[in-house]
Structure formats: C-alpha cells, structure tokens
Design a protein around this ligand. Structure first.
Ligand code: XIL
Length: 360
C-alpha cells in the first residue's frame, strides 16, 4: 500500500513537470486542448440520427442484395405494408401474424430498431373489410378499436420501439378526415387510440404521422394544433411523423419551416417516409440526368441538415420509403426517388446525406 502511494506520487510529479510550460512560472495551470469530436461517417448506419428504410418480408427472404444493403446501411426499419390493419385483421379477434413476426425477428436478429406502421388509418389498407361492414354503438366502435390496438401493440410489447398510432388524420384543407373512426366515435378517436396504445406498451414511443405538411399550410397548422392539444391534455403522444413524399420541385424553405414548426411542440420528429421524385410530372419516356440527381442530392442533404438543427432529443430518425429505386412504390411513374439505384449502388443523394452528417 505504502509502495503504491509512493509510486503514485512519483508519477504525479513527473506528469506535472512534463506538462508545465518551461517559460512560465510553476503556478501556471495547463488547460488541455479541446479536441473536436471526429465526425467522419462513411455509411448511414453510423449516422447520429437513426437512418431507416421501409421494407417487406418477401424480398428480405428472397433477395440477398436487398437484404444485405438494408443490413449494411440502416439502423432502423419500418414495415412498408405488413403492419397495416387490413393485412393483420382478418375478422374480429382473428389475426394474420406471420409477416409481422418475421419482421420483428429480422429486426431483433440484425439489431435494427423497428417502427410499427400503422395502428389507425382512414384508407382501405387501414380499414379491414369486417370493420367497414361493422354496425354498432359508439361504445362498441371504441371497443373494437381498443381490442385491435391492444392485441397488436401487446403482442410486440418491448420488441417494437415505436408506432404510428394515427396515420394521415387530416385533409389537405386542414379539416379532420371523416374517417370511419371519426364517423362512429367522434374526434376523440385520436385521443383514445393513443391511450389504448400506451396502456398496451407504456414504453413505446407513439407518433401521429402525416403527409403534405410541407406544402399545405392549413394541414401543417392543423397538425401543429392537434399535437399541442394532445400534449396539453396529457394524451401519451411522443412524436410527430412527417412523411415527406416530396420532389425536386418543392421548396426547401417549406421543408425547413415545417420541421422547425413541428419541433416547437418539443415532441420527437421522425422524417418517416422520405422520398424525392425526380420526375414529378410523370414524363414518359424519362431520362435520368446528372443535373436531376444533383437536385435530388440537394434535397436529401438539406432535410438531414435541418434535422440536425433541432434539439438532439427530438431527432428520432430519418426513414426513406424503400431501400432502392428498384422497389420504390413510385417506380412505375416512372420515378427514381430513393438513395440507392436500380442496381443497389448508392446515388449522389446518399453521399449528400453523408456530407450533411459530416457537416460538410
Ligand atoms: C404505400 C406502400 O408503399 C405501397 O406499397 C402500398 O401499395 C400503398 O401504401 N403513406 C403511407 C404509406 O403512410 O403507408 C403508404 O405506403 C405511402 C403513403
């Protein structure tokens, strides 16, 4: 013990004598230089904001290039279709889980965060046939909504990190859509959906998700007001998903205003379905040019840059709606809106995002 103390004192003396500036007096304090953190990522998997893509079980099982590109470049996944209510819910309390189970296991095995999309949606994929034929009182409608949400969220409790609870609640005019749920339950269907999801998994991060907020000011305002009202009413909402199905002809300043406006709620922000069309007028035949790819790169890098401007704890993620142009839902327009090309090679837009993360 005594020896140890002596050695420590000796080491301290040597250190002090080595670090003191010879030209100054012994009392000068040496301040260590501030070393800036090394920011030099080469894959979006390393990005400081989780980068994700929408994907589906079938190509994950059969297409090695699709699967490996996803594993190598992402840290988060959203199921493109298989978690939609019309896919899961075959009848009251009758469910098809195979695809969802596959996605959950794939995400766990590859250490990827999984975002559930979506629990409540007005569209045909969101409303199972038996629900569109359902006749019942308001209380019965609340019950079938609760049963569904809690069965799905409960099954994957602790395994699915976050959920889009309500998808696309607003018209472009900012009016609440007259969905089957609003018709039968009233406007409070949204509040109830969040409460039911939270009861089933109190740790899950719960989102409202919407498209078109970058170009429709009434919709943006409506989403802002709804989010603020939910927070003020202690409804367990944690974040806002901004889909951003956008194009090279949209205004960058609108993108910036939308992200900052929504971040004013203090909720997390997920750029949840990003894709950037280069052929928004669906011209046929269409020729991809370098200029178009550079415009696309500009938008992707700009969205990333603006996301880095908001507080760290609100930067939930940036998810593109598919991994490559080969599987984009826009591919037959024709369009090429994603970060990887038809051959799964990274496009200029990919490096545009990398540059933004590297603050270049
Ligand atoms: C799309 C899928 O990408 C398509 O494969 C499917 O045919 C239709 O739905 N907003 C959403 C997503 O919230 O669920 C939609 O996904 C795209 C628009």
């Amino acid at each position: 013990m005594k020896n140890k103390l002596l050695i420590s004192a000796l080491v301290l003396t040597i250190l002090v004598s080595c670090t003191s500036d010879k030209s100054n007096s012994d009392t000068d304090i040496v301040v260590p230089p501030v070393i800036p953190p090394v920011i030099n990522i080469t894959s979006l998997k390393q990005a400081s904001i989780p980068f994700g893509v929408a994907c589906s079980p079938s190509p994950l099982k059969t297409d090695a290039l699709y699967r490996e590109t996803i594993i190598n470049h992402t840290s988060s996944l959203t199921a493109e279709n298989c978690f939609k209510p019309a896919r899961i819910s075959l009848g009251r309390k009758q469910y098809f889980w195979d695809d969802c189970d596959y996605m959950v296991n794939f995400a766990i095995q590859n250490n990827l965060r999984l975002h559930g999309h979506t629990l409540n949606w007005y569209s045909a994929s969101g409303v199972p046939t038996w629900v569109s034929n359902f006749v019942g009182t308001k209380e019965e409608w609340i019950l079938i909504m609760k049963e569904y949400i809690q069965d799905v969220v409960g099954r994957y409790k602790g395994k699915i990190k976050s959920w889009d609870v309500v998808n696309e609640p607003f018209e472009t005019t900012g009016v609440l859509r007259n969905s089957i749920w609003k018709q039968n339950i009233g406007d409070e269907y949204i509040d109830l959906a969040f409460q039911f999801a939270h009861e089933a998994d109190p740790e899950a991060i719960l989102f409202i998700n919407e498209f078109g907020t970058e170009y429709s000011i009434p919709k943006r305002t409506a989403l802002l007001n709804l989010s603020n009202r939910l927070v003020a009413s202690n409804i367990p909402i944690n974040g806002i998903g901004l889909q951003f199905h956008t194009s090279i002809s949209r205004s960058e300043i609108d993108i910036r205003t939308t992200i900052h406006t929504m971040a004013s709620t203090k909720l997390k922000i997920h750029i949840s379905e990003l894709d950037v069309e280069i052929n928004p007028s669906n011209v046929k035949p269409f020729v991809i040019t370098d200029a178009l790819l550079l415009s696309q790169k500009r938008i992707y890098s700009y969205v990333t840059k603006v996301m880095l401007e908001i507080p760290k704890n609100q930067q939930f993620g940036i998810t593109t709606w598919g991994i490559s142009d080969a599987v984009s839902w826009k591919k037959n327009d024709p369009d090429f809106p994603l970060l990887f090309d038809l051959a799964y090679k990274p496009k200029p837009a990919y490096y545009g995002m990398i540059d933004s993360f590297n603050q270049k």
